[in-house]
Design a protein around this ligand. Sequence first.
Ligand code: ADE
Length: 276
Amino acid sequence: MTIGILAALREEAAHLLEDLEPGGRRTQIALRDYTAGTIHGHDCVIVLARVGKVAAATTATALIERFGADRLIFTGVAGGVAPGLRIGDIVIADALVQHDLDARPFFRRHEIPLLGTSHCATDAGLTDRLEAAARAFLDGPMRQRISPEVCERFGLDRPRVHRGLIASGDQFIGSAAGVAALREALPDALAVEMEGAAVAQVCHEYGIPFAVMRTVSDTADDQAHQDFPAFLVEVASHYAHGILQCLFQAGIPPAGAIERHAGTPPDAPGGWTLAT
Ligand code: ADE
């Protein structure tokens, strides 16, 4: 089993690289450094995915095709969309959708053309483990890694773990109108970011189990940009690193123990007909 880890943040990737046992091998492909090595006995390849759906899809494809990754995990930050989500909460994806994909009138809004679906489900077994790791992190290591002063500055108050739908698109949502439009289009969405659904589509098509975790860095409204860079460095990178440490310490079952979901044959659903 080889686990591909796509980090959205440079600081996150840097922390993870520190955990690699000696002997990691670095390969550069298309402006990205892929580092292969072992963490707690798990073969891993760690890469900074960069920003946006194209960046995420090409990185995921390289992990699968060039490094034989047969599990993918994506970590990063997201804007909270559902009421009640607070900065510092964690969202674990059950499914992902591209909120900016719209090929109407030939396909329904958000439907991935010729794939017959709009939502790509994450792997239930891997997602359960990631959720358990996120809860374990908040129950313990979080307070050791993030000082009370930082918690107070960013208003982190008893952060919670949420599980559900994440929406992705090539857009930073940073206005009340933007978040309202997203809520109207996708009432179930918990959070919004710019990569997860692209990785989800690649994994769906290859039949590769994957999971996505996001730290809520903002609430996608007019204050979304405030302190964003500081939050990435002082909070989000520690969350991602700490949660993956909890995940690796608990162990990830070998291939076959996690149920795979086969990709839908690309030509199974209808073609370019008008959607009803
Ligand atoms: N990632 C973090 N916050 C985001 C937002 N508000 N919109 C899109 N991607 C994000």
